[in-house]
Design a protein around this ligand. Structure first.
Ligand code: 9YT
Length: 130
């Protein structure tokens, strides 16, 4: 069994701060753990408004705290986000995320991240081919 705490993980390289200034994420479970998915606690900073397109990954995002919205760009639909809401990018959806207040999210990625990923110019994470 693997047991970790957010408090301890935040003091290690598991905490990744995005250079774009929109978010930080502490990656509690990674590819190396062999579970087939990764699990992160992500903070979206208040006022963030940014584009993502996870072409190489599926992601589920559950809101623990804060208020915001997600917009799917293919159809222009906007969905409010507040505690208890999950959005699931099952179609590699191009989307924008907006944080009206700081938001804490629990995020699951398949395939799992290796640990250091930040968004490329297309709002995606590169795939790990190993
Ligand atoms: C919601 C979202 O995808 N935010 C970007 C960070 C990502 N959750 C991560 O790398 O943990």
């Amino acid at each position: 069994m693997i047991v970790r705490t957010l408090h301890e993980a935040e003091k290690t390289e598991r905490r990744v701060v995005s250079p774009d200034g929109n978010w930080e994420s502490t990656r509690l479970l990674l590819k190396e753990d062999g579970m087939g998915f990764s699990f992160h606690i992500t903070t979206i900073y208040a006022g963030a408004d940014f584009y993502m397109h996870y072409q190489n990954h599926l992601e589920s995002v559950y809101c623990l705290s804060g208020e915001g919205e997600v917009e799917t760009l293919n159809d222009g639909k906007k969905y409010p986000i507040n505690p208890g809401t999950i959005y699931i990018l099952d179609k590699h959806d191009r989307h924008k995320l907006r944080a009206f207040t700081e938001m804490k999210m629990a995020c699951v990625f398949n395939p799992p991240l290796t640990g250091k990923e930040v968004h490329n110019a297309e709002g995606a994470y590169e795939i790990d081919d190993e």
